[in-house]
Design a protein around this ligand. Structure first.
Ligand SMILES: [Fe+2]
Length: 78
């Protein structure tokens, strides 16, 4: 975390955030899969809310990271 957030630039921070958001999405997809068998309606409603939110987080972070990456100098020392 220190490498990405304290020693890095904005793109490094977004790379770190992309890993966090991907992990959150994976967590909710696992909860969704487990609830396929459990069939708890409260968990089902929570999953229906959380999965699209997390998918949007993943997409937003990727979009922002790619926008910054497009402006990066690939030959610049990091
Ligand atoms: Fe998130």
């Amino acid at each position: 975390m220190t490498t990405y957030l304290e020693d890095g630039d904005a793109l490094d921070g977004l790379e770190f955030l992309s890993m966090s958001e991907a992990g959150e999405l994976a967590h909710w997809k696992i909860v969704e899969k487990l609830n396929d068998k459990a069939g708890d309606p409260d968990i089902g409603r929570l999953v229906e809310f959380a999965v699209p939110v997390q998918q949007q987080h993943v997409a937003s972070v990727a979009d922002q990271a790619l926008e910054l990456a497009a402006d990066e100098d690939p030959d610049e020392e990091s």
